[in-house]
Design a protein. Structure first.
Length: 259
């Protein structure tokens, strides 16, 4: 149900179990982790310069597949701490720009996959939130941190208590994700953007990705953030892509970056 293809510098990871809205059981999580490991290895060889994650069918991912799971035999901590969290950490640290195209239900661990992705484009019909009030459970996969950070305490608890869902448009308007667009345009538009990024200065993009994560995690202020930027720029100015970008600008032509 998880597939990985690599072409033209782009890794495309697909959740492909539309009959169950791409919900993820333990084996699917292991397979998805392996797909990211394989893509990261290819990135290390220079074969992958961007990654796209998407889902087949009517939904991106409806969350955990609980078929065959009973409250008596469920070990939620092993599922979340042993499988979900390590995967999300790998996704966040992927050594190239990552993108997701999200439509339909994006819940639970499915929401977590999006929150661990650099850039997320969503369909107008996408649904986000915390349906767990109906299950006697709580939001997981980093949802509390991201919701509180981006929506504030009041909206976060409103969504958790009521189990109401945000649309793609509201999620973008509230700063959760990057852009919203009609569902029938989502995949083609996202692929076009990913293809363009994959030909860009992906070494510099990786530096920005790491800077943003460090600034966020360390809660750096303006001047400390600028020091980090200065050091990164000093490193990048010795790279081939920096020299190419400089010359292309001076020569008024399109740069040919190698990543």
């Amino acid at each position: 149900m998880i597939s990985l293809s690599i072409a033209n510098g782009i890794a495309e990871v697909v959740l492909n179990a539309p009959y169950k809205l791409n919900s993820l059981d333990e084996q699917a999580l292991r397979d998805l982790t392996q797909a990211y490991d394989d893509a990261a290895a290819a990135a290390g060889r220079g074969e992958v310069r961007a990654l796209l994650l998407r889902g087949e069918g009517r939904a991106f991912c409806a969350g955990r597949d609980i078929a065959g799971v009973t409250p008596e035999n469920d070990d939620a901590e092993a599922y979340l701490g042993g499988l979900v969290q390590p995967l999300l950490q790998k996704m966040s640290a992927f050594p190239a720009p990552t993108f997701a195209a999200a439509h339909g239900a994006c819940l639970g661990v499915g929401l977590g996959l999006l929150l661990a992705t650099d850039v997320v484009y969503v369909a107008d019909n996408a649904k986000f939130g915390s349906p767990f009030a109906k299950l006697g459970a709580t939001l997981d996969s980093g949802g509390h941190w991201y919701f509180t950070e981006r929506l504030g305490m009041h909206r976060t608890l409103d969504l958790i208590y009521t189990a109401e869902l945000m649309t793609g448009g509201e999620a973008v308007a509230k700063g959760m994700f990057s852009r919203a667009m009609p569902a029938d345009e989502l995949l083609d538009s996202t692929r076009a953007i990913v293809a363009k990024v994959a030909t860009g200065a992906t070494g510099a993009f990786k530096a920005s990705k790491e800077l943003v994560a460090h600034i966020r995690d360390q809660r750096l202020g303006l001047w400390d953030s600028m020091k980090e930027e200065n050091a990164e720029q000093a490193r990048l100015c010795k790279s081939d892509d920096y020299a190419e970008g400089f010359r292309a600008f001076q020569e008024k032509r399109e740069p040919q970056f190698k990543g």
